[in-house]
Design a binder for this molecule. Structure first.
Ligand code: SAH
Length: 385
């Protein structure tokens, strides 16, 4: 959402990144009602926790690059449902430094004779730019996603970028020549700096690689994780599972809150690699991370009759799976903390759990992680009857 003198975003309709074109209190009310509609049958929904300053909260910004018929380079987002790029220079929800860097990259391209990638022909160079900024550390990662590995005048381009944006701490070239909706490809090389950034959440320091998941709104993430810890109510010495753990954030924060032993599981290899280093970085020895499908992992653990006290689960939008939930019921931890970014799949999974076991929902807390968009984050506490 871009700000104007009238306060309304001029590309609201075309962009599609935001869906709630109404004052912030109304947005919160809309989300509260929707959460209640989907979840009230499981218990009382606490009032959603909104943001004090619901602007420029996104620490990760990505832009598609495109050259129009008159040869002008445009950077922005795909118009919803199309492959047409809507030019965006400033956005009300994105980090302002990230936006400036993306415009800077675009303006530098012509003087280096660098082209943009053309999806239909597979020709051309720059496809997307991704910027991630650690709000607590100020570290900035710039990822140049290119259609080919060949990078003409690479060193001079990097030099020019760093001169203009000394706040950039690392630059990575990622190669993506597939016809896919995914922004990042498999291959990447570090052009400058360490290849990742670090950020601080809940007093713990985290390393974040380009392809690892990291919550996009760190201000609200601290509140979300705070609620998750409050729900887990760790007394010390519990065995805790952090499933769908990403770079290990929840498990590491739980270990700092006194968990006796933490086991994390995550499918993305880069994120698991980050998680292992993050545990060391925070001087924690009682954590292990596994690269596996969370459902398969849970099944294996349940089969071995392993015990655990608390399970955190934070699946992607699609929610969890029956395999996972059945194994969870078999393991029967006394506490389950479900962190969800999609109340529809959350309702489906809670329905399965409450029908097939003696877990009951004790607390439902929505947290607004995504102001101006329709997305709703919720943390739910389940306990054995
Ligand atoms: N708990 C983390 C990450 C949550 S996002 C945090 O708060 O930052 C969901 C994570 O689930 C992503 O890292 C994604 O890579 C991972 N994931 C997706 N499908 C998975 C699966 N089948 N098994 C394990 N992890 C999965």
């Amino acid at each position: 959402m871009e700000t104007t003198t009238t306060g309304r975003c001029p590309v609201y309709k075309k962009c599609g990144g935001c869906q709630l074109d109404t004052a912030y209190p109304n947005q919160l009310q809309f989300k509260q009602r929707k959460t209640e509609r989907l979840l009230h049958r499981f218990g009382k929904v606490s009032p959603i926790i909104g943001m004090d300053h619901p602007c420029h909260y996104r620490n990760k910004v990505q832009a598609a690059f495109y050259t129009n018929r008159s040869g002008k380079i445009i950077s922005g987002v795909y118009q919803s449902g199309t492959h047409h790029v809507v030019g965006i220079d400033r956005c009300m929800i994105e980090d302002e430094t990230a936006d400036r860097i993306i415009v800077g990259v675009r303006k530098l391209l012509p003087s280096f004779k660098l082209t943009t990638y053309h999806e239909d022909t597979g020709r051309g160079f720059l496809r997307h730019v991704l910027v991630r900024r650690g709000f607590a550390t100020g570290e900035v990662l710039l990822v140049l996603v290119t259609g080919t590995p060949v990078f003409p005048s690479k060193n001079n381009f990097v030099k020019a970028l760093l001169k203009q944006f000394p706040e950039i701490t690392t630059i990575v070239q990622n190669i993506n020549n597939l016809s896919t909706n995914l922004v990042l490809g498999e291959r990447q090389t570090v052009l400058y700096g360490k290849g990742y950034i670090e950020d601080v959440l809940c007093g713990c320091r985290f390393r974040i690689s380009p392809r690892s998941f990291y919550q996009i709104n760190p201000v609200q993430t601290e509140i979300l994780y705070g609620k998750a810890m409050e729900f887990a109510d760790l007394k010390g010495n519990e065995t805790v599972l952090d499933t769908y753990c990403g770079i290990g954030t929840i498990g590491i924060v739980a270990a700092k809150h006194g968990a006796g032993q933490v086991i994390g599981v995550e499918l993305n290899g880069d994120a698991v690699h980050d998680a292992i280093i993050n545990a060391k970085r925070n001087n924690l020895k009682n954590i292990r991370f596994y690269k596996d499908d969370a459902g398969a992992f849970m099944e294996a653990v349940a089969q071995e009759n392993e015990r655990c006290d608390v399970v955190f689960m934070d699946p992607p939008r699609a929610g969890s799976t029956e395999t996972f939930l059945r194994a969870l019921i078999k393991m029967s931890p006394k506490t389950v903390v479900y962190v969800s970014c999609n109340p529809e799949t959350l309702a489906r999974d809670l329905n399965f759990l409450t029908r097939n076991s003696d877990y009951t929902v004790q607390k439902i807390q929505p947290v607004d992680m995504f102001p101006h968009t329709e997305h709703i984050e919720t943390v739910v506490l389940l306990k054995k009857k």
